[in-house]
Design a protein around this ligand. Sequence first.
Ligand code: NAD
Length: 295
Amino acid sequence: MQLLDGTAVSAHIKAQLKTEVDILKVNGGKIPHLAAILVGNNPASEAYVGSKVRTCEELGFGSTLLRFEPSITEELLLIEVDKLNSDASIDGILVQLPLPKHIEENAIINAIDPLKDVDGFHPISQGKMMLGQPTFLPATPYGMMMMLEHYGIDVTGKHCVIIGRSNIVGTPMTILMSRNTNPGNATVTLAHSKTKNLKELTLQADVIVAAIGRPRFVTADMVKEGAIVLDVGINRIDDATRKSGSRLVGDVDFDQVAEKCSFITPVPKGVGPMTICGLMKNTLLAAKGKKALSN
Ligand code: NAD
């Protein structure tokens, strides 16, 4: 079994991005600038936004963190998004999800200028991705594809079972894995909460992508020998042995499943750091402007 080390791969990609920014600085090019919107103070969202802003600093990107009270109205938040859309110094806009229930997430995502949609959640970005046109890819699936590419894992003709059909992970991952690209060209099955024969499907899988949000849901009896397993889940469980009283686990029962795998991502330090790389690559692409994205 080989561990797919998200920390190591992301360090490698971040070094490349930093070099690109250093060159832009020398040549007087536009330095990428990411604006993040955080509504409320959900601890997980705080942690995710914090690490995105820190990564911007590490790479020499500019960043702006806009914080709003959870009581902000949808109307006011739309005005804030619009201000960022028309601010030429801002290249990428990220709205940390989830938003409070009184705000329609789609309304906010749809309001982001598609040329600044570095999370790749806008319908135009998702539509272009589906058609194979240049665009911002959703950061988590993009990060997983970079991980496969880094390790030279060829998934051509392999059966990939993706568990979870969210718009930000599972569904776009089915598109990227099945495209005629390298990595890509896999035969994909998308499983979800209404799938009846999940174990039957996963036992046929050469590649399993778990994006469910249930701790250690994928157990060893669901995985065939030699499978490649990408674990997207981030779940906090109680752990009395830890000072904090809790720890993070994925959607895969790592200790048991790892023994059967050819490759597996750990949680933490697997897919998570790759997601941030996807976001940073998109922000650099946004700073390079319309030309890089035109088609
Ligand atoms: P989600 O939470 O929106 O939806 C969960 C999906 O799991 C649904 O599509 C549902 O159909 C499916 N599902 C639920 N129960 C199932 C069952 N019994 N059998 C099969 N499918 C089932 O999905 P999400 O936003 O993609 O998040 C999934 C997990 O990934 C969460 O733990 C989230 O925190 C994590 N996540 C991690 C990253 C990262 O960077 N590592 C990024 C995004 C999400």
